[in-house]
Design a protein around this ligand. Structure first.
Ligand SMILES: Nc1nc2c(ncn2[C@@H]2O[C@H](COP(=O)(O)OP(=O)(O)OP(=O)(O)O)[C@@H](O)[C@H]2O)c(=O)[nH]1
Length: 326
């Protein structure tokens, strides 16, 4: 009897970053480097004419380009879902790249992948890549909420235009980014040149991979800084009542959705033989079973919270109320 072939889920990579940071340069570079692959590109721009789309098309007609006029984060999320569905039906794709406008709020784009049952079986959000202009980071962050969110949401950050800053400035840019997003992988680039393997097919949920390599990774995560956007980690070695946690976090997400950008956690949950993965994007929360705990592994829960003006003590209190009393 022949077995049904499991459906391959196409990885989708969202490229975000502030105006002029080097997103189109990156997409073009990736297309050139991936000539042997079938890659679809969705370019999202304000305005009637898709300039970036025209720049991206180049001469290679193996690759598909779709346009959305308007901003992905506000008006055209339905269009994004429709475009993604049509892409999966049209051809066997190896990857999808989505370039957002420099002014995009990343949360609604991310949430598209969480909420749409139509695209979930065939497309997976692989990673959020945020391209940062090393020369203009401070200015962009100061002037734009979206720029802060793009950094806070990133799974991978490219500090681009390194040719325009000296080593000291570069170190300070990196420190600033780290304080806003301690989880993201950071790479330095010039003209967005990077090994595609470092940004494509990396898996959006970086926390699990990082903890495999370094279980103490989250221990130094608390940062004291003035920025409105920040992050902290909460941990416990005692089991968590995951139902209680979900109820609490759903309430918190509803109440603070505007300021709670993103959370990610791996939990030692009572009654589960697997690690439990929880993440949220603004008001949307999701939970799933991860791999089995290994026999020699110390069970623990680590939960990372990224957002604006969040009170760590309040979160810590709520979190520790979900710890099962020993
Ligand atoms: N000096 C320097 N210029 C760069 C680098 N990377 C990109 N640029 C230039 O920066 C400008 C903007 O690059 P784009 O790739 O169009 O930036 P973008 O993020 O797509 O811009 P928007 O679509 O406006 O948001 C272009 O003129 C690029 O050639 C770099 O590493 N160094």
């Amino acid at each position: 009897m022949s077995q049904a072939k499991p459906q391959k889920r196409i990885p989708a990579t969202v490229v975000t970053g502030f105006l002029g940071s080097g997103k189109t340069t990156l997409i073009n570079y990736l297309l050139k480097e991936q000539r042997d692959k079938k890659v679809a590109v969705i370019v999202n721009e304000f305005g009637e004419i898709g300039i970036d789309g025209q720049i991206v098309v180049e001469e290679d007609n193996e690759q598909l380009v779709e346009f959305n006029n308007g901003c992905l984060c506000c008006t055209v999320r339905d269009d994004l879902v429709k475009t993604l569905i049509s892409l999966t039906q049209r051809t066997e794709l190896d990857a999808i790249l989505i370039e957002t406008t420099g002014l995009a709020d990343p949360a609604p784009v991310a949430s598209t992948f969480f909420v749409s049952d139509e695209i979930k079986p065939s497309i997976k959000l692989d990673a959020f890549i945020t391209v940062v202009d090393a020369c203009n980071l401070e200015r962009s962050l100061a002037g734009s909420h979206e720029a802060q969110e793009q950094v806070a949401f990133a799974d991978v950050i490219l500090i681009n235009k390194t040719d325009l800053v000296d080593a000291e400035e570069l170190a300070s840019v990196e420190q600033k980014l780290r304080s806003l997003n301690p989880l993201a992988k950071i790479h330095h680039t010039q003209n967005s040149v990077i090994d595609p393997a470092l940004i494509l097919g990396v898996g959006a949920f970086e926390l699990a991979a990082k903890l495999e390599v370094d279980p103490t990774f989250l221990e130094d995560l608390d940062h004291e800084h003035d920025a409105e956007v920040g992050s902290f980690a909460l941990s416990s070695e005692q089991p968590i009542d995951i139902n209680k946690f979900m109820i609490w976090m759903n309430d918190v997400a509803m109440e603070k959705g505007e300021d709670l950008y993103r959370t990610k956690g791996l939990f030692y949950a009572r009654g589960f033989s697997e690690r439990v993965l929880f993440q949220s994007v603004r008001m949307l929360t999701s939970m799933s079973r991860d791999r089995q705990w290994k026999p020699d592994e110390a069970k623990r829960s680590d939960f990372v919270v990224i957002g604006r003006n969040l009170n760590r003590d309040e979160f810590s209190e709520g979190f520790h109320k979900c710890v099962v009393a020993g």
